[in-house]
Design a protein around this ligand. Structure first.
Ligand SMILES: Cc1cc2nc3c(=O)[nH]c(=O)nc-3n(C[C@H](O)[C@H](O)[C@H](O)COP(=O)(O)OP(=O)(O)OC[C@H]3O[C@@H](n4cnc5c(N)ncnc54)[C@H](O)[C@@H]3O)c2cc1C
Length: 391
């Protein structure tokens, strides 16, 4: 077959895999085990690693579910750079000799499926690689199923009902996370526009899938790939690299108070209430994504203090795990929930009992934050009389 295996592009920091890489491997293993059984096949989960002196990582990836690891080792690949990474991964994905190192696939052209992480690196890399491989990409996916489907489509099948076997159904949350879209990457079988689309590829939301238990008895093959570069590939140079530590401290604070678009009726007043609640609880302040994308107009410095990307909780922001998480005026879209589901105890303040956050919290306070937070502040001040009221 021309298209085989599931390639998973691994991200790591100095040889330590970022969590989503192991999560993708776990899901890839589960999918391909089911696939091989169903189709009596022997297709592999293949991890793709770019780096320098990270062979130990490759061994670990086998313990976490990979059948094979294709490893491109070069000083030029020490840190991620889109231009060069795109070239190397595209070379790997189309290299028949490499695929034949771990399976007998003389007609190999490209992987059947391909996974990337839906973080800052993976979102960009997945789009440039799939452009290079001339196939489609579904982004921000959080559910995957392999199915045989009957498709009838005006353009794809010229209106005829046709069977598409082994199709990857890629689900993503849409419309603020409350509806699902299923994305398919299908060959054009209409003779007028005939062409194939492989790999079927997607980027995967961090924190959605569970990694496998590490199993040091698991065996697999590490295949070395010597990448070749020319001057043009190396024209983006890393002169200096500094990891900027965020001033927003979600890690050491025991509580996080987040606000969302529910502040809309009186943004200025509500932000002050949230700020005061956070101060009394010695909490950090978080926000939902739309607050940073489209900050509310307020007269004082709250825009630059609070409505900033660094405070976003969720798949496009930070993952937090405080003992207490208060969500005021946040509806509970799954992209937000993915960032706070490790919190110990969750309180939601929201007038709408049908908000999804109701199913994600330990206490749901039905009410407007303008009314509820002052009552909480009053009680907290009684408990902490030494704290002066801040007008
Ligand atoms: C690819 C992608 C990635 C995304 N990543 C993230 C992410 O990382 N983080 C994130 O947060 N979102 C993310 N989103 C957006 C997400 O889907 C939702 O649109 C967003 O979380 C909704 O923000 P919200 O809860 O503030 O607003 P809304 O959904 O508008 O909810 C506002 C809530 O406030 C309540 N409310 C109204 N008045 C009051 C009041 N007076 N007092 C209290 N409550 C009130 C309403 O009942 C409602 O439940 C992403 C979306 C996509 C497509």
């Amino acid at each position: 077959m021309k298209y085989q295996h599931l390639y998973v592009v691994i991200e790591h920091e100095d040889g330590k895999p970022v969590p989503v890489s192991l999560e993708m491997l776990g899901e890839a293993r589960r999918l391909m085990d089911g696939y091989n059984k169903r189709y009596s096949a022997d297709e592999k989960v293949v991890a793709v690693v770019l780096g320098n002196n990270v062979r130990k990582l490759c061994e670990e990836l086998i313990f976490y579910g990979a059948d094979a690891v294709i490893y491109a080792d070069s000083a030029e690949l020490l840190h991620t750079r889109n231009l060069i990474d795109t070239k190397v991964i595209s070379q790997i994905a189309t290299n028949k000799e490499l695929a034949n190192e771990f399976s007998d696939v003389p007609r190999f052209v490209k992987p059947r499926y391909m996974f990337f992480s839906a973080d800052n690196v993976g979102r960009q890399l997945s789009s440039t690689i799939l452009a290079e491989l001339e196939s489609g990409l579904a982004s921000d996916i959080n559910k995957l199923v392999i199915e045989d489907l009957e498709i009838r489509h005006e353009h794809k099948t010229k209106g005829q009902a046709m069977k598409y076997e082994r199709t990857l159904e890629m689900y993503r949350p849409d419309f603020s996370g409350f509806l699902w879209t299923t994305i398919l990457c299908l060959d054009n079988r209409n003779p007028a526009i005939e062409r194939e689309y492989h790999p079927q590829a997607c980027s995967i939301i961090p924190g959605v899938f569970a990694p496998l238990e590490r199993d040091a008895l698991r065996r697999g093959k590490i295949v070395d790939f010597a990448p070749k570069f020319d001057e043009r590939d190396l024209r983006v140079k890393i002169i200096n690299r500094k990891i900027v530590k965020s001033a927003v401290d979600f890690d050491s604070k025991k509580a996080v108070v987040s606000f969302g678009r529910g502040i809309k009726d009186s943004p200025e007043e509500n932000i002050k209430l949230v700020g005061e609640l956070a101060r009394l609880l010695e909490a950090e302040v978080g926000i939902s994504l739309p607050i940073s994308k489209k900050p509310f107009i307020v007269s004082d410095g709250a825009s630059s203090t609070y409505m900033i990307p660094d405070r976003v909780v969720g798949t496009s922001g930070r993952k937090v795990a405080p003992l207490l998480y208060i969500a005021a005026g946040v509806s509970g879209a799954m992209q937000h929930i993915a960032g706070m589901k490790e919190a110990g105890f969750v309180v939601a303040i929201n007038p709408d009992e049908n908000s999804p956050i109701k199913h994600e919290c330990d206490i749901f306070i039905r009410g407007r934050m303008e009314d509820v937070i002052p009552l909480l502040l009053e009680e907290l001040r009684k408990k902490k009389p030494e704290i002066k009221v801040k007008k």
